[in-house]
Design a protein around this ligand. Sequence first.
Ligand SMILES: [Zn+2]
Length: 286
Amino acid sequence: MSASSRCNTKYTAGLLLCAAISSSSAFASNYIADTTSDDASETMIIPIEREFLPAENESDKQIRKLLQHAPELEIIAQLNNDVIHFDQAVTIQFGSQDGPLYDPQLREIQVPYQFWSDAVKLFSTQYEKNEKQAIYKASMDSLLHTLLHEIGHAYIDIYNIPVLGREEDAADNFASVILLHHVENGDDIALHAAQLFALEDAQIEQFDNLDFIDEHSLDIQRYFYTLCLIYGSNPDKHKMLFKEIDQQYKVEKEDICQDEFERIHENWSLYLEQNQIDDEADSAKP
Ligand SMILES: [Zn+2]
């Protein structure tokens, strides 16, 4: 199937919808209730470290500098402190050769600087040249979703969470649920991440068997499923999603998406609550 037949004009119109979303990314206060287990107070939250490898060319040097000073990345630190607790060291390494990926041996999340330049290039096709701030915001939001996806892999690995299905889908769901439930305006961030999936899909001219056997769902599936969770998290706010779907199926899908969000949110919350570390009890120690 060609990209043009998959990305019809209605579908492209759906993408444009994402261009109008707002730009705030402060934190939500509706954190998960503290349900620390008795022995958890013995453990300390180990903060996720960030490492920036030396850049090899001018473009990467600029990206390195930008990411080193990006205030948006503090969202990850805040979530790490409040919701996503680790009792083992996890490092985000920017500037790797491969990735984005999570290496379970090193407990390392690796993100090449090129991820940023690729995202900027793709989003530049959706905005006017002078909309640099919008392109920056969309790229940063996609990076945040990607980092949370990889943190999802780390969480599954460190807490031995059973995954009954594709781990890649579980990591996508982790990223979306965290954004939609724990980050103020996290739906804007998730919408940009969905938009990047759609833009990546639009680049594919023809699928081959390797696409279907890949551990990830297809980009177009990741696009629609992320939209599904965004809709399910707040149906009143996101009535405009799924415009590209026929009305009859749209109504059916909307119902399913509410159930899907609730189910996935409840299941992830179970583990996030179970693995909460009581930092207050810990800091109260002499
Ligand atoms: Zn993954």
